[in-house]
Design a binder for this molecule. Structure first.
Ligand code: AMP
Length: 411
């Protein structure tokens, strides 16, 4: 397998952009997917965010569109569907960065913001359109989007697309695209529903899987603290104050609780903001940017927006409440330890959440280590997890570990 981008038959303008991005070597998914996609094959990829999957599809798309570009060939030639607005913006940003030396135009359309600028962008005849399904259908119905020239389709985070109830919209959109096209299908997990959708869209795809489905990154240290629900607030405040947690993402199950928690932390003198689907796009971007710049140390989020959070250097993920399903746990903790860095995921688990903890361990095949040297530890709750007694007393400090290339995680 190729170790360098230069070995992947990428053109000079793309290699130059990657050099400027300071990408030294391709990640596992990039090594596996790029040659297949440059050869024009369909792709079925099992990959989480954080694996470099965006460049894995973006680079071959840019290269192929550029190679076959002619004056006559105008209109949307590639459609990229994403489940969330944040992800759509990030994908378009990546396309612009990787394609900065190529004459390829991109546009992004998403809900929650006025249509007018998006309509203007569509009138400039982009080659690549990144879109969330709802707004795409709206604008298509109004006659602003024509998809009959699309030669390429990417379905990003297909499992989340299904979770969010977009499957009918996606099927409708796909049914309007030319049958003769290249399709790239990405999903973090491969449930039977996801596989059915993939089977209907792909033709003889190359299959690539980086790390087994629903696996957690080896570079994330996972810890659980058993605590009564009424003590969670005090425990979280204590942890945040006592440990050097530079950039912490805290998860709650509801938007209401995310806001309440954020207000409580602010009252305790901890710089925090919240991000969830009730907030406007602008407010979400603002909170993310402040978090990225280190102006706020804690960002409280709900699961639905978690996918869009691509902030490097998240030191800790705290599950203030366990998620509703084990797959969400994998997505949550995947926000730390991105691009090979180390990270710590801490779960505050009350008596009713022990069942979920066990499901998570079953799915990921990982042992989540108990931390019991804190004043709110509940032996009673810990005992509900009979098969895994507390054996170690690790610290919440980040371990100094050599950077491990993502490539090691290939199956
Ligand atoms: P993704 O999985 O596409 O969300 O990418 C995760 C992060 O890794 C993003 O911040 C990318 O900019 C970064 N990244 C992607 N490919 C590489 C690479 N080959 N070398 C270094 N960083 C990368």
């Amino acid at each position: 397998m190729s170790t360098y981008f230069e070995d992947l038959s990428l053109s000079e303008p793309i290699l130059r952009a990657l050099n400027e991005e300071k990408y030294e070597t391709p990640t596992a998914i990039q090594r596996a997917a790029i040659p297949e996609l440059l050869a024009g094959r369909d792709l079925l990829a099992t990959a989480r965010t954080g694996t470099g999957k965006t460049a894995a599809f973006a680079l071959p798309i840019l290269q192929r569109l550029n190679q076959t570009r002619t004056k006559k060939r105008r209109g949307i030639r590639c459609l990229i569907l994403t489940p969330t607005r944040e992800l759509a913006l990030q994908v378009e940003d990546s396309l612009r960065r990787y394609g900065r030396h190529l004459p390829i135009r991109t546009a992004v359309i998403l809900g929650g913001v006025p249509q007018s600028t998006q309509i203007k962008a569509l009138k400039r005849k982009p080659d690549i359109l990144v879109a969330t399904p709802g707004r795409l259908i709206d604008l298509r119905d109004q006659g602003f989007v024509r998809l009959e020239k699309a030669e390429m389709l990417v379905l990003d985070e297909a499992d989340r697309m299904l979770d969010m109830g977009f499957v009918r919209d996606v099927r409708r959109i796909v049914s309007e695209l030319p049958h003769d096209r290249q399709t790239m299908f990405f999903s973090a997990t491969m449930s039977p529903d996801v596989i059915r959708l993939a089977a209907d869209m792909l033709q003889d795809p190359a299959e690539v899987a980086v790390s087994p489905p629903a696996s957690t990154s080896e570079t994330v240290t996972q810890q659980v603290l058993f605590v009564r629900r009424t003590n969670k607030l005090a425990l979280l405040t204590m942890i945040l104050k006592e440990h050097a947690m530079e950039r912490t993402l805290v998860f709650t199950r509801t938007k209401h609780r995310a806001d309440r928690l954020m207000r409580h932390l602010a009252r305790e003198g901890i710089s925090a903001d919240s991000i969830h689907s009730n907030k406007t796009q602008k407010a979400r971007q603002k909170a993310l940017a402040a978090f990225d710049r280190g102006e706020i140390k804690v960002l409280v989020a709900t699961d639905i927006v978690a996918r869009g959070i691509d902030v490097l250097g998240i030191s800790h993920v705290v599950n203030y409440e366990m998620p509703n399903d084990p797959e969400s746990y994998v997505h949550r903790i995947g926000r730390t330890a991105r691009a090979g860095a180390d990270g710590i995921a801490v779960s505050l688990c009350d008596s009713e959440e022990v069942k979920m903890l066990k499901e998570i361990e079953r799915l990921t095949n990982d042992t989540i280590v108990t931390v019991d040297d804190h004043p709110f530890h509940s032996d009673l709750i810990a005992s509900l997890r009979l098969d895994r007694p507390a054996t170690r007393r690790p610290s919440l400090r980040r371990r100094a570990r050599p950077r491990r290339p993502v490539a090691r995680r290939v199956r």
